[in-house]
Structures are given as structure tokens and as C-alpha cells.
Design a protein around this ligand. Structure first.
Ligand SMILES: Nc1nc2c(ncn2[C@@H]2O[C@H](COP(=O)(O)OP(=O)(O)OP(=O)(O)O)[C@@H](O)[C@H]2O)c(=O)[nH]1
Ligand SMILES: [Mg+2]
Length: 436
């Protein structure tokens, strides 16, 4: 070949190469995505390749909202898996703001510590993050960081929209000398991402589907950060409840809750009519089916709620005044108290209500399952009471209400809240009834 031909071939080669790499890596390209609904998904018929969806949440969010965000993302995966093959990667738990008990491990809790992974898998394919690392290695292809649209959050007009934009606030990821992004990957130092994009998003979970399928995100593994930005695709419908029903607690925690019910509250599934089918897909009962144990339960959210929701959270004295008539009405032998209250507050309550009782975990249980495990045991015991009353707008109380809907309680004995000291009566929680 003459020198000239070699030169021409080289130039063509470099032009092609540079245009290829710029489509793959150009962070500056701005895209706008049209929102899609489930019905409009249109993917080819060839067997799809396996992809991993990871997600992360604003660090300030608590245990119970995080469980709700899981459902939003799981439902998204379910939707996409009509035609694709996504596996949802479960983000390790912790550290969480409320998990403060001294001497406990704070982070990298596996989901199986708290939840029944097999049961989750009956809704969508899920794996623990550690299994993802084994299958995929420590490099995530793309991070999509969701943010709200600047300036127009509270205009009153709701419209679904999503677009790639500049990052509004400095996100928690930075590009390092090796070209990879480092940031908070649940405390796993060796994990990094190849690409990073900020997206302004407003809408239901399905709104990210075009981004997950766009040119830059043909990636095998995609992490959606700030996933709490996404709303439920269809809040409260059958699909919502399928995701919720699949989110069963880990067996050891259920067993500990059941042992406490039996030994301290005279409550068993046979007597209470609260036996669950081993497979959530086969458990379907009518409201009023369950009668619950011979105790009433109250969830008293205290601590930060005493400041954040001052008007809606009663003093201990007023709490007792609201519980006493309920004890009478339901002929309760005990009053189970789930609370983040310090000991002094519980002792004060016991002065007014001597039959009040709380779950105090043995040290080794606390050590193994942490504050999250104890919270679940508390929720499980509340879920089985003959009557439940919670705290206004607490997601901890909401999760108990859902559990009781699954067990088949009459909504009258579930959707209740305590009123604040200055409230004669107060608006009771919305009744999000189960749908099959
Ligand atoms: N064991 C136990 N822990 C509780 C109880 N109430 C609150 N907590 C702790 O406080 C956390 C509650 O925080 P979140 O999950 O954010 O729920 P929330 O604060 O009620 O609701 P948000 O308004 O959404 O923040 C739980 O995860 C527990 O760690 C309780 O009754 N028992
Ligand atoms: Mg909270």
C-alpha cells in the first residue's frame, strides 16, 4: 500500500473511533425524554439480555419510607420485565438517622436480616448487593442522579417530565483520576461507576424507562440515585399491593414477635385468626376476617416528632386519656406500646396504664438484628392486636396499617391515630384498603 492510502485509512479510523467514544461517554449531551406508560413499552422480541437496576435514597430518609421506595422501584422493574430482563439489586441498609443504639453495627445490613428474600423474588427478581458484586464486579455502568426541577416544585400544576440537565446541587459523586466516579456506595469503598448523569424528574416511576433505554444507558447495570423522587406508578392498586404483600419480614423476626405474643399477650394465630398462607400470592382474606389478640396496640412516635409534628402528637398524659376508653371498649387485657420513647416516658405512661407493656429485646437479638430488627418486631406485634392506634403521618404507623390490611382486619380497628393535646377530635388516617 502506498503511504497515502495508509494515511487515509488511519484518518478514517480515528474519525470513527472518536465519534464512537463521544456517544458513549459524552456527559454534556442533553437529552429530553418523553414519559411512557406501561402500555406504550415497545421492545424487540429477541431474548433480552440480563440487566441490573440498583437504587439509592436520600440519606436522611427513614426505614419505613425506604420500604415504600423499594415498592416503587420493584413495580418499575415488574413493568419493564414484560419485555426485558432486569434484576433489582437490594441496597444494603444503614447507616440510618434513627438507628442510634450504642455499640451496634450501623451499616451494610443485608436485606435478608429483615426481609424474606424468597418472598420478594415472587414479585420481581431481586438479589443482595453483595451477590451483585460477585456476579458483576465492583463497577456500575451508569449512575442516574434524580433531582427536582429547579424553581417549579410547588406551582400546583402537575405535569410529568424528565430531562438530562446540569446537576443543581453538588451530587455525592466525583470523577477520579482513573476516569471513574466515586461516591457513597453503601460504604463499599472499592465500588465505582463508569458514567454519571443528572436528570431532573417529576412523575411516576415509569418516567425513567426511556432514560434506562436511551443511547447512553444501554448499560448492563444502572443505579438510580435519589429514587424517592419517583412516585408510585399506581398508588394503592392491585400491583401496589402485590409488591407490598411480597415484602414479608424475615422468619426469625416473625418468630420472635410470635413468641412475645404467645408468652406475654396470650395471642396466637389460631386464636386470633391471623394465620398467613406461606406464599403471599395465595393469601387473600376479607376485611373483618382477623380478630387479633386480646390486647390493643398503640404506636407512639416521639423524639423528633415532638418538634416536627408538635400539634398532632399528644403528651404522655393525653395519650393515656385516649387509650383508657379503648381498653374498656375492647376489654383488652394488655396495652402493647411500640415507641421510640425514652424509658422515662414509658414509665410515666405505666403510671396511668399499669397494663401497658413493651418489647425489650435481649442483648444478643439487638446485636444481631439492630434497631431495624426491633422496629419490625414492634410492628409485627402491633399488626396482630385487636385494635390499633398510631401516630399522625408516621410512616412507621402506615406500615403497620398495611400489615393489618394483609391480615384481614376490619378497617375500623386499623386506621386510627392519636390526637394532639389541643385537638378535641382529629382527622383520621386515609383508609388505603387492600386490593387483590
Ligand atoms: N423499635 C421501634 N422503633 C421505632 C418506633 N417508632 C419509631 N422508631 C424508630 O424510628 C424510625 C422511624 O422513622 P421512619 O421510618 O422515618 O418513620 P417516621 O419517622 O415515623 O415517618 P416519616 O415522617 O416518614 O419520617 C424507625 O425506623 C425506628 O428506628 C417504635 O415504635 N419502635
Ligand atoms: Mg422519619
Amino acid at each position: 500500500m502506498s503511504n497515502l492510502v495508509v494515511w487515509i485509512l488511519c484518518i478514517i479510523y480515528f474519525i470513527c473511533l472518536s465519534s464512537l467514544t463521544s456517544t458513549a461517554n459524552d456527559d454534556q449531551d442533553l437529552f429530553a425524554f418523553e414519559p411512557v406508560r406501561a402500555q406504550s413499552l415497545n421492545v424487540g422480541t429477541a431474548k433480552p439480555r440480563k440487566r441490573y437496576l440498583l437504587y439509592s435514597i436520600n440519606p436522611g430518609e427513614g426505614f419505613n419510607l425506604r420500604r415504600d421506595v423499594y415498592m416503587r422501584v420493584a413495580s418499575l422493574v415488574k413493568m419493564m420485565n414484560d419485555k426485558e430482563d432486569w434484576t433489582l439489586v437490594l441496597p444494603p441498609w444503614g447507616p440510618l438517622y434513627h438507628w442510634k443504639t450504642e455499640g451496634l453495627k450501623r451499616d451494610k445490613y443485608l436485606w435478608k436480616t429483615f426481609f424474606d428474600i424468597q418472598s420478594l423474588n415472587l414479585y420481581v427478581p431481586v438479589i443482595e448487593f453483595e451477590d451483585f458484586l460477585t456476579e458483576n464486579g465492583p463497577v456500575i455502568d451508569d449512575v442516574l442522579y434524580l433531582q427536582h426541577f429547579e424553581g417549579d416544585r410547588f406551582t400546583g400544576h402537575f405535569e410529568e417530565k424528565i430531562e438530562e440537565t446540569e446537576c443543581i446541587e453538588a451530587p455525592r459523586y466525583s470523577k477520579h483520576a482513573d476516569g471513574k466516579y466515586r461516591g457513597w456506595f453503601w460504604g463499599y469503598e472499592r465500588v465505582a461507576a463508569k458514567n454519571f448523569h443528572c436528570l431532573s424528574a417529576q412523575g411516576f416511576a415509569a418516567i425513567v424507562i426511556p432514560a434506562l433505554r436511551s443511547n447512553y444507558s444501554k448499560a448492563r447495570s444502572v443505579l438510580i440515585d435519589r429514587a424517592e423522587t419517583l412516585l408510585h406508578n399506581r398508588y394503592g392498586d392491585e400491583d401496589y399491593w402485590q409488591a407490598r404483600r411480597s415484602l414479608r419480614f424475615a422468619k426469625p423476626l416473625i418468630d420472635m414477635g410470635d413468641a412475645f405474643r404467645r408468652d406475654r399477650l396470650d395471642s396466637t394465630d389460631d386464636g386470633d385468626i391471623t394465620t398467613l398462607h406461606p406464599d403471599w400470592r395465595d393469601h387473600q382474606v376479607k376485611p373483618g376476617h382477623a380478630i387479633g389478640g386480646p390486647y390493643i396496640a398503640a404506636h407512639l412516635r416521639r423524639r423528633d416528632f415532638l418538634y416536627g409534628h408538635r400539634d398532632d402528637v399528644p403528651s404522655i398524659n393525653r395519650t393515656a386519656l385516649q387509650l383508657l376508653p379503648l381498653i374498656e371498649k375492647y376489654k383488652a387485657k394488655k396495652v402493647f406500646i411500640a415507641s421510640d420513647a425514652p424509658d422515662e416516658e414509658f414509665e410515666e405512661l405505666k403510671l396511668y396504664i399499669p397494663i401497658a407493656i413493651r418489647y425489650v429485646p435481649p442483648k444478643e437479638i439487638l446485636k444481631k438484628y439492630g434497631d431495624g430488627g426491633v422496629a419490625i418486631i414492634d410492628q409485627w406485634i402491633c399488626a396482630h392486636a385487636r385494635y390499633f392506634v398510631g401516630t399522625s403521618v408516621s410512616t412507621f404507623s402506615f406500615r403497620i396499617q398495611e400489615e393489618r390490611e394483609i391480615l384481614g382486619f376490619d378497617p375500623d380497628v386499623t386506621f386510627n391515630r392519636l390526637c394532639g393535646d389541643k385537638q378535641e377530635s382529629c382527622e383520621q388516617p386515609a383508609r388505603w384498603k387492600i386490593r387483590y
